[in-house]
Design a protein around this ligand. Structure first.
Ligand SMILES: CC(C)(C)c1nc(N2CCN(c3ncccn3)CC2)c2cc(C(N)=O)c(N)nc2n1
Length: 332
């Protein structure tokens, strides 16, 4: 049938069917790493939806995938206040300091502490608010209390769901990053256009999220991993590792590499394993993050003014060796 042959109500219900199907397909593509359909199938359905919405503008919904790329260029970003501050993170640079961190915590509790250990994604922190399962506001960390509303730019990131698998109201936080391949593409284009290349993927991601024109941000192939639930209005979790499973079930993109370690010996093993393989990852990491896995114990240990007592980042030595090699390649 041609688009013109539909009544408005037929068009509206067909459009919603298409939106649900496209949401399932993109969710599978971005979270389970297992595409359900070929890209061209997704593209054809997307074009059908665009044609229906163009013929019947009244049927467009704000969570339609066609609305992901922002309309007007913003004059600036409005400020937002993080009701629950986005804390920063203590960091250590040696195993000895890491052992001291564990000892300090265990001073308060005799038993060994179970940690959830995660890769430390080298991007920038973002805060996402969902109401009844729909993405309503996204913001930068800013100074931890005041950030910038970058909802329009975050809507263009395919890995950030517009709609969750359950209609829950929840605030989550994660890391927005630019995959290494996207970073290389972008810098090649910038060199070709005589523009200065970005120094590293983190700067490129930050620069992309600061774009007032969402169409520019949309072209930057950004992604994101979500790593924490801030408010648990409608969801339950007693450990950090459980919280990550809940986030994945809700449709968030969660980094697949995190491990529950029963003690520091297991933490060391994880560090050794990932310190060496970071070059193989599709995204930049600058260390690992240890979090006391039990959320009640986290609350008991509390936070200092700026950092949680129950979490530490172990930073890897910078990769300048690789950069030097790249420069040599470059001159050759
Ligand atoms: C929610 C908590 C506080 C436990 C937390 N905070 C994080 N960060 C805080 C400091 N941040 C920050 N950023 C700029 C300036 C100061 N601090 C940047 C994010 C985390 C960052 C990563 C990551 N990068 O992969 C991660 N897997 N888990 C995190 N967890």
């Amino acid at each position: 049938k041609l688009v013109e042959d539909y009544t408005q109500s037929e068009a509206a219900s067909l459009a919603q069917q298409l939106r649900d199907q496209l949401a399932d397909y993109s969710q599978a593509y971005y979270t389970q790493d297992a595409p359900l359909v070929e890209d061209h199938v997704y593209d054809e359905l997307y074009r059908d939806l665009e044609q229906l919405e163009a013929a019947f503008p009244v049927i467009v919904t704000n969570d339609s995938p066609t609305q992901k790329v922002g309309g007007q260029v913003l004059p600036g970003f409005t400020k937002v206040t993080h009701e629950i501050p986005m804390l920063s993170m203590g960091d250590v640079f040696s195993e000895a300091e890491l052992a001291a961190f564990d000892q300090r915590l265990r001073k308060n509790t005799a038993t060994e502490i179970e940690y959830n250990v995660e890769l430390k994604i080298d991007g920038l922190a973002i805060d996402l608010i969902y109401e009844k399962g729909r993405f309503v506001r996204g913001a930068t960390r800013g100074n931890g209390t005041i950030g910038e509303d970058i909802t329009q730019n975050l809507k263009t990131i395919k890995a950030i769901p517009q709609k969750l698998t359950r209609p829950v109201s929840i605030e989550v936080r994660g890391e927005c990053y630019m995959p290494k391949a996207a970073f290389a593409d972008l810098n090649q284009k910038r060199e070709a256009e005589g523009q200065a290349p970005f120094a590293n993927p983190r700067n490129a991601a930050a620069g992309s999220l600061r774009q007032l024109d969402a169409k520019v941000a949309a072209a930057r192939q950004l992604s994101a991993f979500i790593y924490t639930i801030v408010t648990f209005d409608d969801v339950q979790a007693t450990t950090q590792s459980e919280a990550l499973h809940v986030l994945a079930e809700l449709g968030f993109n969660v980094n697949p590499t995190s491990v529950v370690c029963q003690n520091m010996a297991e933490v060391q093993a994880f560090i050794e394993q990932y310190q060496g393989t970071r070059n193989d990852l599709a995204y930049g990491i600058d260390g690992v993050v240890l979090k006391v896995n039990d959320l009640a114990l986290q609350r008991q240990l509390g936070n200092t003014v700026k950092v949680p007592r129950w979490e530490i980042a172990y930073k890897f030595p910078p990769e300048e060796a690789e950069t030097v090699i790249r420069e040599i390649e470059w001159t050759v």
